[in-house]
Design a protein around this ligand. Structure first.
Ligand SMILES: O=C1O[C@H](COP(=O)(O)O)[C@@H](O)[C@H](O)[C@H]1O
Length: 241
């Protein structure tokens, strides 16, 4: 695991934009397309905004990048809470991503049907490949959740399915999410975490005893890929770095 500590979210986003851009360019020298699973939430917005501007908007061959999502809130696309909507607004519409390369988790059909459809898409994409996504970008909630893998829920124990839908009582909505097994087959996973509100949870996730039921972010350990944490000084304050 590699830890990258920045002064604040702006510095972190700048470092990560450069890191992702270089990685996409390296991968695209060896293969036709780059598969990128995006995160929702607030933390990646500044990163997406940077990727959508110079120099990255022209440096990256966006028409060879295929977009997926790590998780989705089952609310209409027009709803500000929809993870895909945020990514469209801040990144995809700005860089001219090709519609046929964008794979949203649909929220216009039943959540279970959407999860089943997504699982099929992923198996079609990654059939016969050693890894799944080239890059999965993740956030971590203050409670230690990542994707829609929330503490204490059965989804945390999923060992087989790649995509699942479930009712999240605490938020009164369905969630659709990648599971730990498919995420751990990615070539590279990058977490972003910022702010002092996440410091103690981050310490428990990184330095604490294994307790994935309480801290689902601990489930993410790529089997034959890299794991990076991009954090700011406030989130790092409880770590010995
Ligand atoms: O609900 C979610 O939360 C996490 C963390 O969000 P953040 O606002 O603390 O950055 C996010 O990674 C996930 O995609 C989202 O659905």
């Amino acid at each position: 695991m590699e830890l990258h500590v920045a002064k604040d979210i702006q510095q972190l986003s700048e470092n990560l934009a450069a890191f992702i851009s270089q990685y996409i360019q390296e991968v695209l020298q060896k293969q036709e397309r780059f598969t990128f699973a995006l995160s929702g939430g607030n933390t990646p917005k500044a990163l997406y905004a940077l990727l959508a501007k110079e120099p990255y908007v022209n440096m990256i061959e966006w028409n060879r990048v295929h977009f997926f999502w790590g998780d989705e809130r089952a609310v209409p696309f027009e709803d500000a809470r929809n993870n895909a909507r945020m990514a469209y607004d801040v990144l995809l519409d700005q860089v001219g991503a090709l519609p046929e390369n964008i794979h949203v988790m649909r929220t216009d059909i039943e959540p279970e049907a959407s999860a089943a459809e997504y699982e099929k898409t992923l198996h079609r994409y990654f059939k016969g490949k050693e890894n799944t996504f080239d890059l999965v970008l993740l956030g971590m909630g203050d409670d230690g959740h990542t994707l829609s893998l929330f503490p204490g829920l059965p989804i945390v124990h999923e060992k087989k399915a790649w995509v699942k839908a479930f009712w999240l009582e605490a938020q009164d909505m369905y969630r659709i999410t990648l599971t730990a097994p498919v995420t751990n087959l990615a070539a590279r996973v990058v977490f972003m975490a910022t702010g002092s509100g996440k410091a103690l949870t981050l310490k428990a996730v990184i330095d604490g005893a294994p307790d994935p039921d309480r801290y689902p972010s601990q489930l993410i350990r790529p089997e034959n890929g890299e794991l990076h944490w991009f954090i700011d000084e406030a989130a790092a304050e409880a770590l010995q770095v």
